[in-house]
Design a protein around this ligand. Structure first.
Ligand code: HEM
Length: 513
């Protein structure tokens, strides 16, 4: 280093721009080295792995290398580096390990796909989630949440505690099944083979994402392992069901009179699948299945996790709950939310925004460099596996006041809806750049409807004697032992603003006549 670092020092003293001396140092063979942390797999396996990454971020900064034996990852927790990878130079990155892990279930679906396949599928799918579709989904969110309310009502009558995490998972499964391919899992009511199959596959995807060795690739093992046999049977059942649904939907499309147009939607079946088939989407049935499966998983586990952690946070912060219930009482009355209500449920939306800050789903984004690049001043080679820790970005103590506090008030009610752009990549609940979530609007409305309807009817407390709520990860953040709550019907009589308005109108008509 002697001579090159002397030159570098001299140049920077002269005020030479950083880019120039980066180039110069590379030319001299004096690479700045990324800070390096050494870890052991066991440390990461035992708890939610993004927790030790937070400690390392505080020690090593916004980009560092984490090495376990022969494997190494770059951990990114800096907003401008995240923006560079996700948006400005997104072409230089692929989904890497994620695509490898998810191949068995999502194939070349929109989340793992890269390159040309991704571009073509993204262009076909994004138009399906148009405004009219999302608005139509609001009714579905209300109906599904109402089914959950009935279940909670029964539990409240019987004085039984409820495990909310699994109920949220079933709620969002019912919603996404209808929304994506017009299938009623009805998992809040019954346990069918198909529901069990979906969970078998999801658990396997999560196990694989934290497994140190890919046992599913070992030649003989993969044919005789009972667990893998079960997974394959579940996959076959889901694929057969999807094939049936695709065939059924094709028949519907063939018989219908309606011409395809921009905000096309079949009122009887507004699903994404119906849109894609009606649009004349030229796609193999395997690719279509991969995309449907991808959306099923993407839209199910994420929303379930958001609801779980929102209710956990609300149970810890009664003042937020009180304010939330006030808003919901005054906006909603006793009906299912409409799109107009959603615009007025501003505080409810802030509660979701803040829950997504503290518990981002997924807590890390995965990429692999497919080109050379410079990150935070460090040159990196192709083939680097990268974790962008959204958890770290969202809890950075320098960026956020009282970073760990659940404080929806940090987002002004009259301000813009926070997103990665207006928060400069220090807040990215739905990712950013070309690979940003296609379901962000859908998911936000879904969560707002569910939270509003539930807190209007019930109070929620952590159940007495319930185990402490701890985190574990697969793709999203789960609790280790469920979210056990005591649910009671609200005692306060609901406020009915509509009635007051009616009285006023009667009065004024009396006066004018
Ligand atoms: C991508 C979050 C709901 C479909 C993503 C990404 C995030 C995310 C962070 C970016 C992943 C990356 O860059 O690696 C969420 C959260 C949700 C949610 C927090 C719920 C609260 C949904 C729903 C759907 C959906 C309801 C489907 C209707 C997708 C798809 C992608 C994606 C297809 C991949 C887009 C692409 O690569 O082009 N989501 N999502 N998500 N999400 Fe969501």
């Amino acid at each position: 280093t002697g001579f090159p670092s002397l030159v570098k020092k001299g140049l920077s003293k002269l005020g030479v721009p950083k880019e120039f001396f980066e180039f110069f140092s590379q030319w001299l063979g004096d690479y700045p080295r990324i800070p390096e942390a050494k870890g052991s797999i066991s440390a990461v396996r035992n708890e939610a792995f993004f927790i030790p990454l937070y400690e390392l971020f505080l020690t090593y900064g916004g980009i560092f290398r984490l090495t376990f034996g022969p494997k190494s990852f770059l951990i990114v927790s800096d907003p401008s580096i995240a923006k560079h990878i996700l948006k400005d130079n997104s072409k230089a990155y692929s989904k890497g390990i994620l695509a490898e892990i998810l191949d068995f279930v999502m194939g070349k679906g929109l989340i793992p796909a890269d390159g040309e396949i991704w571009r073509v599928r993204r262009r076909a799918i994004v138009p399906a989630l148009h405004q009219k579709y999302v608005a139509a989904m609001i009714g579905l969110f209300g109906q599904a949440t109402d089914r959950l309310c009935k279940k909670l009502d029964a539990a409240a009558s019987d004085g039984e505690d409820v495990e909310m995490e699994s109920l949220f998972s079933r709620l969002t499964l019912d919603i996404i099944g209808k929304a994506v391919f017009n299938y009623d899992f009805d998992s809040l009511t019954v346990d069918t083979g198909i529901v069990e199959a979906v969970y078998t596959v999801l658990r396997e995807a999560e196990d694989r994402s934290v497994a140190p060795i890919p046992v599913w690739e070992i030649p003989i093992w993969k044919d005789i392992s009972p667990k893998l046999k079960k997974v394959n049977a579940a996959l076959k059942l889901i694929n057969d069901t999807l094939d049936d649904l695709i065939a059924l939907c094709k028949r519907m499309v063939d018989e219908e009179e309606l011409q395809f147009h921009e905000e096309y939607m079949n009122e009887k079946d507004p699903s994404i699948l119906h849109f894609l088939l009606a649009s004349g989407d030229e796609v193999s049935s395997k690719q279509l299945r991969d995309d449907l499966m991808t959306m099923l998983i993407a839209g199910h586990e994420t929303s379930a996790a958001v609801l779980t952690w929102t209710f956990y946070l609300l149970s810890k912060e009664p003042s937020v709950m009180a304010k939330l219930q006030d808003e919901v009482d005054s906006v909603l009355g006793d009906r299912f939310p409409t799109i107009e209500d959603l615009k007025k449920l501003r505080y409810t939306t802030r509660v979701i925004n803040e829950s997504l800050r503290l518990y981002p789903q997924p807590p890390v984004l995965i990429r692999r460099s497919i080109d050379e690049d410079v990150l935070g001043g460090y040159p990196i080679k192709r083939g680097e596996d990268i974790f962008i820790s959204v958890w770290n970005l969202h809890r950075c103590p320098n960026r956020w006041e009282e970073a760990d506090k659940f404080n929806p008030e940090r987002w002004p009610l009259d301000g813009p809806n926070p997103n990665e752009t207006n928060q400069n990549y220090s807040y990215l609940p739905f990712g950013g750049g070309p690979r940003k979530c296609v379901g962000d609007m859908f998911a936000t409305f879904e969560n707002v409807v569910a939270v509003a309807m539930l807190v209007r009817r019930f109070d929620f407390q952590m159940a007495l004697g319930a185990p402490p709520v701890k985190m574990t990860t697969g793709a999203t953040i789960h609790t280790t032992e469920g979210l056990n709550m005591t649910v009671t019907r609200r005692t306060r009589p609901p406020v009915m603003p509509k009635l007051e308005m009616a009285t006023l109108e009667v009065d004024s008509s009396v006066n004018s006549s």
